[in-house]
Ligand binder design. Sequence first.
Ligand code: ATP
Ligand code: MG
Length: 579
Amino acid sequence: MSDNNAKTTETNEEKHDFIRAIIREDIAENKYPQIHTRFPPEPNGFLHVGHAKAICTSFGIAEEFAGVCNLRFDDTNPTAEKQDYVDSIKQDVAWLGYQWEGEPRYTSSYFDQLHAWAIQLIEQGDAYVDFQTLEEIRENRGSFKEVGTPSPQRDTSVADNLKHFEDMTAGKYKEGEAVLRAKIDMSHPNMNMRDPVIYRVMHEVHHQTGDKWCVYPMYDYAHPLSDAIENISHSLCTLEFEDHRPFYDWAIDKIGFSPRPHQYEFSRLNINNTLTSKRKLKVLVDENIVSGWDDPRMPTIAGMRRRGYTPEGIRDFCDRVGLSKADGVVDFRLLEFSIRQSLESITARGMAVLRPLKVTITNFEEAVAQWESLKAESVNARFDDANNTLWLTQPKHPNVDMGEREIPFTKEIYIDQSDYELEPPKGYKRLSPEKSEIRLRNTYCLAVTEHVLDDAGEVVELKATIDPTTLGNNPEGRKVKGVIHWVSASQGITATVRLYEQLFNDENPGSADDVHEVLNPNSLTVLEAVVEPSLANVEAGSRFQFERESYFIADSVEHTIEKPVFNQIVSLRDSFKPA
Ligand code: ATP
Ligand code: MG
């Protein structure tokens, strides 16, 4: 990945939101030895752009306030979790530019401690083993209108509860036969406080602890206590956990910690035409609707990386979205805006013809024979007799520090099919039967003399002449409007180019019953393009601006120098402007 030359678009302006305001107060009151956050993904899928927001929030805040941030795998559910996901998550966080404190943590490495605290809760009279079925537990929880019905085991003695929990732990019960519940309040207005389950039986092999355990803590129980173990000060998560905060606080208070972690919730990132749910994204992968978790159309961090998005652009986007408690939908074009901004100053320019139309320059030999005497002084070129090629030297970027490239100009070139229209729309500035002359970027002005049609009436070739006096000079006695790009037919390199649109036509694909119905059939277009040589001989992961087209990246998986493959990162411009 060639990200080391990427220029940051972030500013050093102080950021303001309700969470940072709380942190500033806590710092002023000296509440914690240091600001300590965590990012706690469950390793049950690849991270997506929503997680990028959570990562930028927790890691970014730690960085800003001279604190640290832990990476903790919340691996309390052994069935859906896999080592591959653990590896991809580490790669994604590091790629976004963040460094976690120490080694990655695992909730599973606290299982001994969490189990000991469960026993402590039983001893305190704050937990009991319940033998009701999960269905009975659900029914007896009551509703918003009705208080719950206490379990027949709610008042079991401490001694019996200890014995029952020991039996659960020893594997004497099948899944669902017994659970450990916190003893709180069966008529609490918050349903999460009506004696929530904190441990369950699961006869599963865990990817970290193997077959050591057949009881596993519930997320709601493990999460606050893991935060406390790690000395987390500010535990930042999304709004769906707001109703779980009373239990978070209950668990912390019952075990007792000082200073104690606090949970704060912000709204999830939703983006139009985009899925932000691991579970739903997994369907796209499992059904081969996309080529994998890292398909460049996927809103996963792996997909965005392969697409050519920059970590700087993604971080800038997250900053622009900001933190609040208001649910909303962000326009995907804001993400594209941030990505585009991050690319402008770091991408070398090059010419690539995506839909080639051959042009034969009938006076090529006579015209270039005089190139040296007729050229403008500024033109830097050389003529290669053996290949009948005029090599033009041009900077790779307006910032000349990025170096130069040589562009071959030959008798046969390609221009884009869309730059010659038989029936041009009004205001069309390129070539047509009525408007024959145009500037070829970086070289001569060209005048079309003839178009060749196939049986279907499509233009398949143009014949043209160049004006020998226009190499770097303005044409005499006339104005030539419009500049188009081109590539040498004999020295250009064939490349596979992939153009992308949104994966979904629907603004809210998450609400569709069947994802197939909202898929955009045009989300991927594969073209055989021709690119100038400086674009082909490049490393996978290199990003470019194909002039007049889009930003592109040499695909990290399939690109080779022999068979170049480019993914479209984002268009060069868009009418969208951020608020
Ligand atoms: P999904 O619904 O996609 O499975 P999740 O919330 O279950 O997501 P976790 O691995 O549990 O995924 O999430 C890790 C962290 O990322 C949590 O703190 C969660 O709040 C945060 N997060 C997940 N999705 C988003 C989102 N769309 N916007 C902001 N933060 C998110
Ligand atoms: Mg989750």
